[in-house]
Design a protein around this ligand. Structure first.
Ligand SMILES: *[C@@H]1O[C@H](CO)[C@@H](O)[C@H](O)[C@H]1NC(C)=O
Ligand SMILES: *[C@@H]1O[C@H](CO)[C@@H](O)[C@H](O)[C@H]1NC(C)=O
Ligand SMILES: *[C@@H]1O[C@H](CO)[C@@H](O)[C@H](O)[C@H]1NC(C)=O
Ligand SMILES: *[C@@H]1O[C@H](CO)[C@@H](O)[C@H](O)[C@H]1NC(C)=O
Ligand SMILES: *[C@@H]1O[C@H](CO)[C@@H](O)[C@H](O)[C@H]1NC(C)=O
Length: 460
């Protein structure tokens, strides 16, 4: 993986050069931009200008390319010792509809209000308030689970007002998160996060919330039960799983940046390309879904051409290389995949009636005065200078909202509320970024993802 990434670097430099020479028009710039950002920060800094309901979101997830530089998460799909030759038939999402009309069909009979007794309330609408009882854990602590790169208390940062902000939904009383309530409710249960590095942040945040950031020698690493062990030569495993023995509660995270299945085209060749089966769930998910009582999916920031190229991911649909023009475009591929995975999970719910499935909307980026590669910054330290309230009923992530519509998969809508929190990113305090580059994608912890988890908790 290391070798791959230094090679990627050369390719990147070369592409930047070629690009500089060749690209002539703004249009080309806009279309091809992502192709060049093989492993840097996300390209589009348009997050804050999003008119709600616009299509921008369909592609502003430009890149979680940041992960490779900033957190080294750019690892290849590791075979999980999976053996899903049989399962696979079962997990092909909507087979049919690739070339006809809607990419994905869904059963139209499912009521939109199914299972909604408990949350007639839109948790995404509300405002940020100061709460002295927050944060729920110290950024100096939680060393057992919190990555140093996201613990802003361990950096040079000196402003921490943002840690005291708590999300208050407008039209509903949201139950406060407490460790004991969480564990009691999740007795004998498993909560799984599956997604990219922002999903990993939410996972770490939750582990810290459950433990209050305190050392917990009693918590058992059960990664092995889920095949989450470090592969030879890998920087880290593909995920982590921890059991709280007192209540028999498991919380786990699995890294799937694209939320689709990746399969080496030639398993014997270390430099193989990978079929990226947009219409198949990650093998991990189909293998372990039956063990989960709650599931939180997310994707978005890895959908750019450079990322696909660098990872040698080749888009497949229906088991063969894609020929559909709409899907050949990154925005189309991403849209198709999100609809596919949500539809697949929805199709599994009858088999797992106890499962609460969530799709988490996109986490916004905040590059001001430039982009990730042109000196873009998120230096503001005054919280909520752009407003503190979300009043819209509609999600600011229409793609995610559209995908869950008509399904029993719930939207964990964090986009608009997080959009108000430009001061909450790692910013200049990123440990791994190159000098002058800021991480305006990932969040300081404790921080914004804690609020996502409180909203999640209220719906469990
Ligand atoms: C996968 O399963 C098939 C048949 O079920 C078996 O022949 C094959 O050896 C298995 N492969 C691995 C890697 O376990
Ligand atoms: C995403 O896919 C759905 C389902 O095929 C389709 O209805 C919708 O128009 C697509 N949205 C975009 C932005 O392509
Ligand atoms: C959907 O509802 C219609 C009538 O409302 C019924 O005829 C049809 O069988 C239902 N389909 C499914 C999949 O339940
Ligand atoms: C723990 O919970 C699982 C279900 O998640 C159950 O199968 C198992 O029996 C429980 N174990 C104990 C010791 O309670
Ligand atoms: C958890 O599992 C144990 C063992 O199977 C059982 O005795 C206990 O009642 C379960 N608790 C809940 C809340 O399901």
């Amino acid at each position: 993986m290391k070798g791959g990434s230094s090679c990627g670097l050369r390719v990147r430099q070369l592409s930047v050069l070629i690009f500089a020479v060749v690209s002539a028009t703004i249009i080309i710039w806009r279309c091809d931009k992502s192709a060049l950002l093989i492993s840097f920060l996300p390209p589009q800094s348009r997050v804050l200008q999003l008119p709600p309901g616009s299509q921008n979101l369909a592609h502003y997830g430009g890149a979680d390319s940041s992960t490779s530089v900033i957190e080294g998460l750019d690892f290849k799909p590791v075979s999980e010792g999976r053996n899903n030759s049989n399962e696979k038939l079962d997990m092909i999402a909507p087979k049919s509809s690739v070339n006809e009309g809607p990419l994905v069909r869904r059963e139209s009979n499912i009521s939109l209000t199914t299972d909604e007794g408990k949350q007639a309330c839109n948790f995404a609408k509300g405002k940020w308030v100061t709460d002295d009882s927050w944060p729920l854990y110290s950024g100096f602590g939680c060393k057992q689970w919190l990555s140093g790169m996201w613990a802003c208390r361990l950096t040079q940062r000196i402003d921490f007002v943002y840690e005291k902000l708590r999300w208050l939904p407008k039209d509903c009383a949201m139950e406060s998160f407490t460790r004991s309530k969480f564990l009691t409710r999740m007795q004998n249960k498993t909560l799984a996060f599956v997604g990219d590095s922002l999903g990993r942040q939410q996972f770490q945040s939750l582990m810290c919330m459950i433990t209050g950031g305190e050392e917990r020698p009693d918590v058992v690493d059960v990664g092995r039960d889920y095949g989450l062990v470090k592969a030879r030569g890998a920087v880290r495993p593909d995920g982590w799983a921890y059991l709280f023995p007192s209540t028999n509660t498991t919380v786990l995270y699995y890294w799937s940046a694209s939320l689709c299945d990746l399969e080496p085209l030639d398993a014997a060749n270390p430099a193989t390309d990978y079929a990226m089966h947009l219409d198949r769930p990650p093998a991990f998910l189909s293998r372990f879904l039956h063990k989960f009582d709650a599931l939180v999916l997310n994707t978005g920031h890895h959908w750019n051409r450079g990322k696909l190229r660098a990872n040698r991911w080749v888009i497949h649909v229906g088991g063969v290389p894609n020929t559909n023009r709409k899907i050949a475009e990154i925005a189309g591929a991403k849209n198709f995949t999100i609809y596919s995975i949500v539809n697949w999970v929805n199709s599994q719910l009858p088999k797992h009636p106890g499962l609460k499935a969530f799709y988490r909307s996109i986490s916004p980026r905040h590059f001001f005065n430039g982009d990730w590669d042109t000196g873009g910054t998120c230096d503001n330290t005054t919280p909520l200078s752009g407003g503190k309230e979300v009043l819209e009923d509609e999600s600011s992530d229409p793609l995610a909202a559209g995908a869950v519509k008509g399904t029993r998969v719930k939207l964990l809508d964090v986009t608009a509320l997080s959009q108000l929190r430009d001061e909450g990113h790692i910013s200049r305090y990123s440990i791994k970024a190159a000098p002058g580059m800021q991480d305006c994608l990932h969040w300081c912890l404790p921080g914004v993802p804690d609020a996502w988890n409180e909203i999640l908790f209220a719906q469990l």
